[in-house]
Write a protein that binds this ligand. Structure first.
Ligand code: IFM
Length: 694
């Protein structure tokens, strides 16, 4: 953060040092005037009174009476439940100690009481102590605490002084030692910041593109990638707007989030894959919520009333475990670690088996929960939280996922020479195919599913919700749609539900014709699952268009929904122009284009996969990698730098005649490959790869 005011230039760099649990505000103040200046510089942080922020908002009769602050040399110390552990322990509570400290300068005054800091008839715009240059040295005992520290700075013309505020929660001695470690504040902050930057670059450098699109480069190289790591780490549980009170990982969200970092850090990804496999119930389903301190083996499940009461998740979802298939496959394909399929992993509620058997069990779960037409039942929800299709209703989205899962399992079964299972797949997969083809294709679209009474959802004839996005994209992704169906279905999407800000999840929105399980009716038209531009499916439609070879369309969808393309539409979009949100209001809203619920969204991973696998065409499989870009025809050339299984690929794509997809030739280190595929055995440590598209 930079500011220039009245001959003073100030800079603050906020960061959390790599692998640490405290925050640093590195301040530099420079006198840009030509006279000597005397300043008081104050730092302020508002502490919560309780660690549980919901309690801090609603249980004031408790939280206002559990803290007090102290001042110690260069620190405000905030104690919570200070008496606990001195003698007795109550309710398993621990006393907590937070700090707001100053390093690299002397404290001239302090304040630990919020009301005293702000001052009567003052506000955050003019806190009384900041105005007077003396924070008053008051501390709180009950009510609201804070951390405020001031320092006096004398600056000759052109002189700069540097110091740091430090915020954290640490035991007393550790906190004191930590602040002391910042004595040489310039060197320490510089080293920490460089370490942080270097670590991010190390992660992000595993995949970098240089295309003619600045928006694409910035998202894929930096911002989308960064958001993928954020969702990978936090799932949906670190934000006030998104499940801030959730104490665990949603199954489907987390398994999908993993996909976004596989091309960057496959070994980081596999740790979480193991964890999520261990949260698979031994009937094949995923646990709807995997609590952060989950221990596999004797977890409850949605079949146990106690577990349901504890988590608030009453039933299995149709899709949770089916997300394992693409995620496991992408990991094995990226890393080449085929042994993973034989790794033994426990189940959530007892027993253990290999990854391969885990996946077979996921197939069993769907087979044991078939609906009216022998397709997977919709159960409590599919990807769409607002669709309650029940035990007999059916979801085509899940059916496509199921079909795709069988394709993946077929590849693993073939590798393992599991002829018995291959024979099983040969029997059940064509039946599923026939049902989807015969019952779910309607002229120019796939329907969304069936209600419990057999009524079609998403028929062309329906007055509302006659076109749904996900069945069209997943018909293509799953490999089930014929070429003709793919062309028609994708065109229908563009014609009927596309908008300048992305594709609506369905349309028209439900207003008067919703069915009982259509919970999206609760939302205004054009909002969230009710005809909103749900962001996550934008990645799937980008991927589907790319797989169909429609590079111009894939890129059109990328640009419509890309944060980086919204720099000059900030007043419409409202969200940061570098971060995806959960949804954008659709054309039926008076605020079409306004986006919501930033940062923690599965969009990060789906759009990343759509762009890396789809537009860039990086399609690894067990034995190597296919290079099959699907790009806008005006990209005449672009390059990719990619690490792959410990080797490095410098890929140049040449497209002088403006193709959208396809290839003329592929060479690796000057050697012509068969088709557009590079077997792993052809790779040296460093590889020059040239793909000619046209
Ligand atoms: O798929 C869900 C996700 O699990 C939570 N947010 C909404 C999505 C669509 O309903």
């Amino acid at each position: 953060m930079l500011a220039d005011y009245s001959g003073i230039h100030s800079e603050v760099l906020y960061y959390v040092p790599y692998g640490k649990t405290h925050e640093v505000w590195n301040v530099k103040v420079t006198n840009t005037s030509d006279v000597k200046r005397s300043l008081t510089v104050s730092g302020y942080c508002e502490f919560t009174n309780e660690n549980n922020y919901e309690q801090d908002q609603v249980n004031l009769q408790y939280t206002l009476f559990i803290t007090r602050t102290y001042f110690d040399k260069n620190r405000i110390k905030q104690c919570i439940n200070e008496n606990v552990n001195k003698g007795a322990t109550i309710n398993g509570a621990d006393a907590k100690l937070r700090m707001f400290a100053l390093a690299g300068a002397e404290v001239s005054s302090y304040c630990g009481d919020k009301e005293e800091f702000v001052g009567r008839y003052h506000s955050y715009a003019n806190p009384v102590g900041v105005e007077s240059g003396d924070l008053g040295n008051k501390l709180n005992y009950n009510l609201n605490s804070c951390g405020a520290l001031a320092t006096k700075v004398e600056l000759a013309p052109g002189e700069t002084k540097e110091f740091a505020f430090i915020v954290g929660m640490k035991p007393d001695a550790e906190a004191a030692a930590l602040v002391d470690s910042y004595a040489d504040v310039t060197a320490k902050c510089k080293a920490e910041y460089e370490e942080l930057v270097a670590n991010w670059h190390k992660k992000l450098n595993h995949f970098q593109v240089n295309t003619p699109s600045a928006e694409f480069n910035s998202m894929i190289n930096t911002w989308n990638a960064y958001q993928c790591f954020m969702t990978f780490i936090w799932s949906r549980a670190a934000s006030l707007t998104y499940c801030g009170q959730r104490n665990g990982y949603g199954y489907r969200d987390t398994v999908q989030d993993i996909q976004g970092i596989i091309h960057l850090e496959p070994e980081m990804a596999v740790e979480k894959i193991r964890f999520m496999l261990s949260a698979q119930v031994n009937n094949g389903a995923g646990l709807p919520l995997v609590v952060f301190d989950f221990v596999p083996g004797n977890s409850g499940t949605p079949d146990d009333p106690e577990w349901v009461k504890m988590t608030g998740h009453p039933a299995y979802r149709a899709d949770d475990a089916l997300w394992l298939f693409p995620t496991v496959y992408k990991y094995i394909a990226e890393s080449g670690n085929t042994d993973f399929i034989d790794e033994v992993i426990p189940y959530a509620n007892g027993g253990e088996n290999t990854v391969y058997e885990h996946l077979k069990l996921a197939i069993d779960f769907s087979m044991n929960h078939l609906g009216l037409h022998n397709m997977p039942a919709g159960l409590h929800a599919d990807w769409n939280d607002c669709l309650r299709l029940g035990k007999k209703g059916e979801s085509t989205f899940v059916a496509f996922q199921f079909y795709y899962a069988m394709n993946i399992l077929r590849e693993f079964a073939t590798k393992k020479n599991d002829t018995e299972y291959l024979a099983y797949l040969d029997k059940v997969q064509p039946e599923l195919y026939d049902n989807l083809q015969n019952l779910c294709w309607e002229d120019d679209r796939f329907i969304r599913g069936f209600m419990e009474n057999g009524t079609v959802i998403g028929s062309k004839k329906d007055p509302e919700a006659s076109m749904w996005l996900n069945p069209q994209s997943w018909a293509v992704i799953s490999g089930l749609a014929t070429k003709e169906q793919a062309e028609k279905a994708l065109e229908s999407v563009h014609r009927e539900i596309n908008s300048p800000y992305g594709v609506c999840v369905m349309g028209p929105s439900y207003v008067e014709h919703a069915f009982d399980g259509a919970l999206m009716l609760l939302f205004n038209p054009g909002t969230k699952e009710n005809g909103g531009i749900f962001s996550q499916p934008q990645g799937w439609i980008i991927l589907a268009e790319s797989l169909a070879g429609h590079g111009n369309r894939a890129f059109e969808y990328f640009m419509e929904s890309s944060p980086a393309a919204m720099n000059d539409k900030a007043e419409i979009r409202k969200l940061e122009p570098y971060c995806h949100g959960q949804f954008t209001e659709g054309p039926e809203s008076p605020f079409a284009g306004r986006s919501h619920v930033h940062w923690l969204t599965g969009t990060a991973s789906t759009v990343m996969v759509g762009c890396v696998e789809g537009i860039c065409g990086m399609r690894p499989d067990v034995n190597g990698i296919k290079i099959a870009p699907s790009i806008p025809s005006d990209w005449k050339e672009f390059t990719i730098s990619k690490d792959f299984r410990g080797k490095h690929l410098s890929i140049k794509v040449e497209n002088p005649n403006g193709a959208e997809s396809g290839y003329v030739s592929l060479t690796v280190n000057g050697k012509l490959m068969e088709g557009n595929y590079i077997p792993e055995t052809e790779l040296a440590d460093e590889n020059d790869v040239v793909l000619k598209m046209s």
